[in-house]
Write a protein that binds this ligand. Structure first.
Ligand SMILES: *[C@@H]1O[C@H](CO)[C@@H](O)[C@H](O)[C@H]1NC(C)=O
Ligand SMILES: *[C@@H]1O[C@H](CO)[C@@H](O)[C@H](O)[C@H]1NC(C)=O
Length: 382
């Protein structure tokens, strides 16, 4: 079994790794998880003895400013070096914004995977494995180091263009077990896979090809990671033939859902739009036609709810426009349902939902983002 994770078939790997062996509090061999002693998200209940509060789950390797020795070590763990060819300089404002968003995202990913590795390493409740532990950590440690290099690389490009590096925020992840952590990783990685399409498209529009090869290499890497997350979730590794596209504003908003409010030292230097949140209330969405329930908070938003549309973005297809149905408003919170036309469009992989100003149709995800009021709601069929 030892090599199953690396060399086994998907099925073998999935059965070996899909679920950690959950040890309960009264199991003397398994320390229960505790709240984050030092973190800012310490409102998750603590249980019993632990070694979790002995570390401070923030960022590894003196991030975001590792020493050269630390960078050498990160490169060893990432199985490769930072690019040693000259960094792209003279970038357009849009090109700079691309790298600000990438840095903002990659630092968030470093925080996430560091915390996930720590949770597994320290046997936090919900993250306890039996003999599979080393094999799970082997992959996640490579992913962590890879994300560290992606973040360092993006910030290095900003600095080469005489722009301040993006600084880390404090984060709060809405997960407390391995399965939900991997499902979250799969979802935000899919958003990245869609958003880097937008980034390359923007470089192309500005006829600055310099970074496109580099970004494309990162898209492939993130796709490799997504394959692992899908195997762990017992899904087929290819999600869909043409991955769902996204836009910078959707990604920028989605990442802020995991950020402790007002904890980002220089997020205000990223000139992108932040939408009001759209919540997907329906859980465990199956691959079939159905109604999906959503909610948003109408406070401080001046729109006529009856005039809004629900738009679904999937694959490389024209956005799908649906009506808001069964609208209910209670204490400023709007709940509604909308059709999820799975069969007609084969809505596999990521679907991005947005509530927009009314429209008959949209030509592209960019057009949707321009009209979005609430979003993105992130849907992954199970
Ligand atoms: C790590 O575990 C803690 C305690 O359950 C949880 O609050 C946190 O969200 C987990 N982080 C990740 C990335 O799984
Ligand atoms: C809705 O938004 C308002 C204003 O931002 C806030 O005060 C209120 O607590 C929110 N309601 C819920 C249920 O989150």
């Amino acid at each position: 079994m030892r090599s199953a994770f690396l060399f086994g078939t998907a099925a073998l790997t999935a059965s070996a790794f899909a679920s950690p062996i959950i040890k309960r509090d009264n199991d003397p061999s398994g320390p229960g998880g505790s709240g984050h002693g030092a973190g800012d998200h310490g409102n998750h209940g603590g249980h019993g003895g632990n070694d979790f509060q002995d570390f401070s789950p923030s960022l590894p390797d003196d991030f975001p400013n590792p020493s050269q020795d630390q960078i050498d070590d990160i490169q060893d763990r990432a199985h490769g070096t930072l690019p040693n060819s000259p960094l792209p300089t003279g970038l357009s404002d849009d090109g700079i914004t691309n790298f600000k968003l990438i840095a903002f995202n990659e630092i968030f990913e470093v925080a996430f995977f560091f915390e996930l590795v720590q949770n597994i390493t320290h046997n936090v409740e919900g993250y306890q494995f039996g003999e599979d532990k080393d094999q799970v950590l082997e992959n996640l440690n490579v992913i962590l180091a890879v994300e560290e290099l992606h973040a360092l690389g993006a910030n290095a490009i900003l600095q080469a263009n005489h722009v301040d590096a993006i600084k880390p925020c404090k984060y709060n992840f809405p997960v407390s077990d391995f399965e939900s952590a991997i499902a979250l990783a799969a979802t935000f990685t899919d958003v990245v896979l869609g958003t880097l399409q937008d980034v390359n498209d923007i470089f192309a529009q500005n006829t600055e090809n310099g970074p496109v090869r580099l970004i494309s290499s990162v898209i492939g890497n993130e796709g490799q990671q997504e394959g692992l997350f899908r195997i762990i979730q017992k899904k087929t590794t290819p999600a869909q033939p043409f991955l769902t596209t996204s836009t910078r504003d959707f990604a920028f908003t989605a990442i802020q859902g995991f950020v402790v409010p007002d904890s980002c030292p220089n997020i205000d230097t990223i000139p992108l739009n932040t939408f009001k949140p759209l919540n997907v209330l329906t859980q465990n969405i199956e691959p079939k036609d159905q109604k999906i329930e959503f909610s948003f908070n109408l406070s401080e938003v001046d729109v006529d709810v009856e005039s809004l549309s629900l738009v679904l973005i999937n694959a490389q297809n024209k956005p799908i426009v649906e009506k808001l149905e069964d609208i209910e408003v209670k204490d400023g919170i709007v709940t509604f349902q909308a059709d999820f036309p799975f069969e007609d469009f084969l809505l596999y992989g990521l679907t991005i939902a947005a509530v927009t100003h009314s429209a008959e149709s949209f030509d592209s995800a960019d057009d949707v983002a321009k009209q979005t009021v609430f979003g993105p709601g992130l849907i992954e069929v199970s």
